[in-house]
Write a protein that binds this ligand. Structure first.
Ligand SMILES: NC(=O)c1ccc[n+]([C@@H]2O[C@H](COP(=O)([O-])OP(=O)(O)OC[C@H]3O[C@@H](n4cnc5c(N)ncnc54)[C@H](O)[C@@H]3O)[C@@H](O)[C@H]2O)c1
Length: 245
């Protein structure tokens, strides 16, 4: 029960890594609020599922107020909502660029901005931003996902320095291939043999289950990670430990 006494806000908590994080935090004793544009499962007495678009600051402030009203001050935030991008750098429009960056980068700042006043007042808090191995290496055809996720790692460092004096920690987790909707979508857009190649490139010969990412997120949220801040932890089954050959 290492998250007992915590109130954790998870964005994109209706499915995939976000849903696994919601479940793990509930099991570890936290009260949990999930924000998503799609409906999620019933979270029971200790969970609250709210409809919100995390690119819209009005949605965020309304949802945060509702969450605090129900479960008290937010002690942990997981900026998990995100999406892939498969744009062509020449054909992409400015509106499409802004759409990617609003979800994959700007939303993390917008939600942090809404919860930080409470964390600063309490001199307590942990923020975990879900970046990606694309912050370090990337794959052709996914423009400009790597740019947005690299930005998220920069935001993590910068925010960690700004709020460290209040004992608030800010870290990133960079998952590798994780069995969710986004990975299915990625394989559907590529050659059918790619899945086998990808599995072979992993030291462990497999992709992650969302729960394996959630376990690391829960650790960073907990007081056991009390001296970890400004970090970006890869959770990728050894994928980026290897180069071609
Ligand atoms: N699956 C992977 O292999 C992988 C690898 C690296 C990083 N990631 C990152 O992990 C995070 C979770 O991805 P996932 O694989 O679980 O994907 P997913 O598509 O299964 O889940 C993402 C969730 O975010 C929600 N969401 C999207 N836009 C939103 C918005 N504007 N407002 C509120 N909610 C919104 C979606 O509705 C969905 O429930 C993403 O940030 C993704 O970039 C995933």
């Amino acid at each position: 029960m290492r998250l007992s006494g915590h109130h954790i806000l998870v964005t994109g908590g209706s499915r995939g890594i976000g849903a696994a994080t919601v479940q793990k935090a509930l099991e570890d004793g936290a009260r949990v609020t999930s924000l998503d544009i799609i409906a999620g499962p019933d979270l029971g007495e200790t969970g609250l599922s709210l409809a919100a678009d995390v690119t819209k600051s009005a949605d965020i402030s309304q949802a945060v107020a509702q969450a605090v009203d129900r479960f008290g001050p937010i002690t942990g935030l997981v900026n998990n909502a995100g999406k892939n991008s498969y744009a062509d750098p020449v054909k992409m429009t400015e509106a499409q660029w802004e759409d990617v960056f609003s979800v994959d980068l700007k939303a993390a700042w917008l939600v942090a901005r809404a919860v930080l006043p409470g964390m600063i007042a309490a001199k307590r808090g942990s923020i975990v931003n879900i970046a990606s191995v694309h912050a370090d290496m990337t794959y052709p055809g996914m423009f400009p996902y790597a740019a947005a996720k690299s930005g998220l790692v920069g935001l993590t460092r910068s925010l960690a320095l700004e709020v460290g004096p209040y004992q608030i920690r800010v870290n990133a987790i960079s998952p590798g291939y994780t069995e969710t909707f986004l990975v299915q979508e990625f394989f559907e857009k590529n050659d059918p043999n790619l899945r086998e190649q990808v599995l072979n490139a992993h030291a462990m010969g497999r992709m992650a289950h969302p729960r394996e990412i959630a376990n690391c997120i829960a650790f960073l949220l907990s007081d056991e990670a009390s001296f970890v801040t400004g970090a970006n932890w890869k959770v990728d089954g050894g994928l980026t430990a290897r180069f071609a050959g």
